[in-house]
Design a binder for this molecule. Structure first.
Ligand code: COA
Length: 417
């Protein structure tokens, strides 16, 4: 196997901050692109100092979103900074940004100008909303979860809308943006031209909630049989929250396991898939269901799901969740123990695949991060620590832009770097 970086030779001008944009450029960096993160002199990405666990040391919020990047401090709003920024546009292949709508334009670099400076440039942005009434709004993760349909469809029945811990608004949009950038890079091979790539957080969340828009249309034709509301109260005119019901083709539920009284994660998700139902019924001691017309078809069981899962739970409560999993997997019964962050951090298999990685940082020491979940056979990702603020300013100005000591000194005097 010849190992080489998939995006070797691609240079990314990284004007991102907080989470959505940094997620995108971190993946590009793992694929081997040279990602040059531009940060405001003296302050840097606001997340460097947010949710700090060690005084004066870059937070885990920052370090876990900015691996494998170089950091350059630069203020494009100064005269020397604008010159350097223009030179960076000339030398880079992709510009990624997720500032507030219009921020890069206000720096003096609207898309038309960027394209004029470098027609091969791919200019990729994350914004909260696409064109329309909300296009000027600033948006964070939970706003996107609420406006993209996730919150209205997540939560217990007849209870508050809930946001999820999975960062589908920020990281979800960043990952969508990666796909757009790679498509534009591929297209540039043929056309010789870069293009604008935009991804709105509302759109990305809605894309991830596509099955709920499916259900919205099904609802117009009749009740949604797999939703608990089918038995317990009926439907309104919009897709409701359905607790932990699968909402897919097969009924599923979270059930308690041994130790649930004291362990908040002693639960497992069990899917009563029709093909595996006989094996599931047997293992929980309900072979009788297999000849009982009240239970032996998926349609009959639809009316008895509460009882079915109550019986499954009686059985799961006799074992710890990993033993339940070990018993159900050979029976082809799909299931998922509720794994805590502690358990995931300690999971050896995730360490072995590089999905959970420990890296060393000069100021914080060792820390854990999530490595690249996208595995390429010939281009494995090697995760390196995040850069210190401005760690690579001189190096990039010298080696990428060819600036000399005098020019760098002059820019520094102006506060441009
Ligand atoms: C995330 C967000 C809400 C944060 O808002 P914010 O903290 O107020 O920051 P802004 O994006 O408005 O940027 C603040 C300013 O910093 C400036 N700035 C950024 N980098 C700079 C640099 N290197 N040098 C000088 N100024 C810089 C911007 O030009 C902007 O100034 P302006 O308002 O005068 O134009 C906003 O950036 C946003 O909506 N982004 C798009 C959606 C998004 O990605 N959200 C998810 C974030 S995880």
């Amino acid at each position: 196997m010849t190992v080489s970086k998939a995006l070797e030779g691609v240079r990314v001008l990284d004007m991102t901050h907080v989470q959505s944009g940094p997620t995108c450029t971190q993946i590009l960096a793992w694929f081997g692109a040279d990602v040059i993160k531009i940060e405001r002199p003296g302050e840097g990405d606001a997340t460097r100092s947010q949710l700090r666990d060690i005084p004066d040391v870059d937070s885990l919020y920052f370090t876990m979103l900015n691996s494998n990047k170089r950091s350059v401090t630069l203020n494009p709003k100064t005269e020397a900074g604008a010159r350097i920024f223009k030179r960076l546009i000339e030398e880079c292949d992709v510009l990624v940004e997720n500032y507030a709508p219009g921020a890069i334009d206000r720096m003096g670099f609207p898309w038309e100008k960027i394209q004029e400076i470098n027609p091969r440039m791919i200019y990729a942005s994350v914004k909260g909303f696409g064109p329309g009434p909300y296009e000027d709004c600033k948006v964070y993760e939970n706003v996107a979860q609420c406006t993209g349909g996730a919150a209205s469809t997540t939560g217990e029945i007849e209870s508050l809308p809930l946001v999820t811990g999975a960062q589908i608004g920020d990281s979800g949009t960043g990952i969508h943006l990666v796909a757009g950038i790679l498509a534009a890079l591929f297209h540039r091979e043929k056309s010789g031209r870069g293009q604008r790539v935009t991804c709105a957080m509302q759109d990305a969340v809605l894309n991830l909630c596509r099955v709920k828009l499916r259900d919205q249309q099904r609802l117009a034709r009749g009740p949604l049989k797999e939703y608990p509301q089918f038995l317990n109260g009926g439907f309104g005119n919009a897709v409701p929250r359905a607790g932990n019901a699968s909402g897919g083709g097969h009924p599923g539920s979270v059930v308690r396991c041994k130790g649930w009284e004291t362990d908040p994660d002693a639960y497992i998700y069990v899917i009563a898939q029709s093909g595996a139902f006989p094996a599931l019924a047997r293992v929980i001691g309900h072979e009788d269901w297999l000849n009982d017309p009240e239970y032996n078809t998926p349609e009959a069981r639809l009316h008895k799901l509460d009882q079915v899962f109550a019986e499954i739970e009686k059985w799961t409560m006799t074992m710890n969740k990993m033993d339940v999993m070990a018993t159900l997997n050979p029976l082809n019964v799909p299931n998922g123990p509720i794994l805590s962050m502690k358990e995931l951090a300690e999971e050896q298999a995730l360490r072995d695949t590089g999905t959970v990685v420990e890296v060393d940082h000069p100021e914080r020491g060792k820390y854990l991060t999530v490595g690249n979940p996208i595995k390429l056979s010939d281009s494995p990702a090697v995760v390196r620590r995040s850069p210190l603020l401005g760690e690579h300013t001189d190096e990039v100005l010298r080696t990428v832009l060819g600036l000399d000591d005098k020019e760098i000194h002059a820019a520094r005097l102006q506060g441009a770097i």
